[in-house]
Design a protein around this ligand. Structure first.
Ligand code: MEV
Length: 317
């Protein structure tokens, strides 16, 4: 049996600005999806272990399978299976679609901006290409995963697929991704983050992106966020990094995409840790806090606020 592990992601700085061609910095997170793949007798079998959903089909029927009637999670997985098999057959000389059994497990909370779907899609792509003994490079994996996300959800973010495929820390600008300087990555590796799943998202990413695009001070705010990112490139100290997170949160608030609870959690991070901000599109979802060694007061405060889940995380390779 072959096992593949794929990280999740957070946007550290620059969400929304990145949609307009400004830079963003994102980081792979050590909450992971695991894929276990092995030969099967006569069918392609997919087992979403945590969701208790099993799907089975013969290899002959997978290529033309219509995904619209499946559950949200199976839509991503089946679309990824179809896409990678199509790609390997068309461009990588895969002759025979041997049956396999793929089990997927995930530690990543759903629908809160941590890239759970991109992580599952990348796991499926890598598990299947490995199973057939064909290596896909990072760009091929990122492009395939991006097209799956786009097909299933209508819009997709290269931030998610690139960060999750490459691991570590990357900068995204104008739809292109590049690694961050090694010394900055080494410093961020020493940081511990609390990822707080604050509340269910009440607004869709597309709607929030649209609202931001209409904001009268958009350019000015994005310029300010761009300056924060320039400062992040030089940062060597956790207190300074936390301060930049706080500043980014205040700028995002101006767009009206934060919520009362996201603000409370960010404030708790600002008061009881090095800093805090919302991460991702906003409208609910997640916040990140840069942790200090002592977390007692912070955890008490989060308990008082009442959040869905908290995860202590660090950068994943
Ligand atoms: C959503 O996770 C992040 C946004 O910047 C949208 C995107 O980058 O596609 C709001």
């Amino acid at each position: 049996m072959n096992t593949i592990k794929t990280p999740s992601k957070i946007i550290l700085f620059g969400e929304h600005a990145v949609v307009d061609g400004y830079p963003a910095i994102s980081m792979a997170l050590d909450l992971k999806t695991t894929g276990e793949i092995e030969e099967n007798f006569d069918t392609i079998s997919i087992d979403l272990v945590d969701l208790n959903e099993i799907f089975e089909i013969t290899p002959e029927l997978i290529k033309n399978l219509e995904i619209s009637n499946f559950s949200p999670a199976l839509k991503y997985v089946i679309c990824a299976v179809k896409s990678v098999i199509f790609y390997l057959s068309e461009f990588k000389n895969l002759k025979e679609i041997k049956p396999f059994k793929l089990k997927l497990y995930s530690e990543i909370p759903l629908s809160c901006g941590l890239g759970s779907s991109a992580s599952v899609v990348v796991t499926v792509i890598r598990s299947i290409s490995n199973f057939y003994g064909i290596e896909l490079d990072n760009d091929e994996t990122i492009n395939l995963a991006y097209s799956v996300e786009k097909e299933v959800q209508g819009r997709a973010s290269v931030t998610d697929t690139a960060t999750i495929s490459l691991g570590g820390m990357i900068e995204i600008i104008n739809g292109k991704y590049k690694p961050m300087p090694k010394d900055l990555e080494e410093f961020i590796k020493t940081c511990k983050f609390l990822v707080v799943n604050v509340e269910e998202r009440t607004r869709k990413t597309a709607e929030l992106v649209h609202d931001v695009s209409k904001h009268p001070e958009k350019e000015q705010i994005f310029e300010e966020i761009g300056k924060i990112i320039q400062n992040v490139r030089q940062v060597t100290d956790k207190a300074e990094l936390g301060k930049l997170m706080n500043e980014n949160h205040e700028l995002l608030k101006k767009f009206g995409i934060s919520t009362e609870k996201l603000d409370l959690v960010a404030k708790a991070g600002q008061k009881y840790a090095y800093g805090g901000k919302l991460t991702g599109a906003g409208g609910g979802g997640s916040a990140i806090i840069l942790l200090k060694e002592d977390r007692e007061e912070l955890l008490k405060e989060l308990k008082k606020i009442g959040v869905i889940g908290i995860y202590e995380c660090k950068m994943a390779n």
